[in-house]
Design a protein around this ligand. Structure first.
Ligand code: ADE
Length: 254
């Protein structure tokens, strides 16, 4: 059986997933630590992609070429776009777009040269499984989560959204930049720095890819406020629970 890849950009997004693995073994490739082991009887490779699209593309290629993974799940944080998406909500990507790609006038803005499209689709089956896992997690919110944390981040009733996730090599941290993105890409629900790169590499290799992001900020002037705390105290719990539930459901599926 080929292993499944579980990926995040930053350590705090993945630390609790690693804690779940009883038998992990480390392999270093291209300066990255790949953790090989098992979760719910599934062979997994857990890795930090690093931040940004180039780091993501290198990691995705290594996972496929060297570790032979047969699907990739990305879990992490993102900036929320639009009125309806709040901090603490989860966004599952149904498609990805490089918001900083512009080869005009040779190609329409955002179009990936040679692909004839600007959007890359998430794998339907994997995404469906992810929706079920996230719904479960959101309806069974962590009982071990500090009441102060729930209060600080207004996590009383986080919602699940599904739609377009946009990626670029910049941390969006001003109301102006966020507003511009929303005007130019009104369908975008979340902004991050790796998803579209993973989706493109996975598209090239024909490997199923899905991603879920917990909203850590509104991609505005307050985006960096409490970011580290959110990662450690909220995102890490959410990631671990989603991965745990998803792999559990694969294991128990008929
Ligand atoms: N990841 C989390 N928040 C983000 C933001 N505001 N911009 C880009 N990537 C992010």
């Amino acid at each position: 059986m080929n292993p499944i890849a579980i990926v995040s950009a930053m350590h705090d997004e993945l630390s609790k997933v690693l804690e779940l693995m009883p038998d992990e073994q480390k392999q270093i490739r291209a300066g990255r630590e790949f953790w090989l082991g098992h979760l719910h009887n599934q062979a997994v490779v857990v890795v930090l992609s690093g931040i940004g699209k180039v780091a993501a593309a290198t990691t995705a290629t290594l996972l496929i070429e060297h570790f032979g993974v047969d699907r990739i799940l990305f879990t992490g944080v993102a900036g929320a776009l639009g009125q309806d998406v709040k901090i603490g909500d989860m966004v599952i990507a149904d498609s990805f777009l490089h918001h900083d790609l512009d080869a005009s006038p040779l190609f329409p803005r955002y179009e990936i040269p040679g692909y004839g499209t600007s959007t890359l689709k998430a794998d339907e089956n994997l995404t469906h499984q992810l929706v079920q896992a996230c719904n479960y997690v959101l309806t069974h919110l962590p009982s071990d989560m500090d009441a102060g944390v729930i209060e600080t981040f207004s996590l009383q009733s986080p919602q699940l959204h599904q739609g377009l996730v946009v990626s670029g090599d910049c941390f969006v941290s001003s109301a102006r930049a966020s507003q511009q993105l929303q005007t130019e890409l009104p369908l975008a629900l979340a902004v991050e720095m790796e998803g579209a790169a993973f989706a493109q590499v996975c598209h090239d290799y024909g490997i199923p890819f899905a991603a879920v992001r917990t909203m850590s900020d509104k991609a505005d002037d307050e985006a960096t406020l409490d970011f580290t705390r959110f990662l450690a105290e909220v995102a890490s719990h959410f990631s671990m629970r989603v991965v745990d539930r998803w792999l559990f459901s694969l294991n128990t599926a008929p």
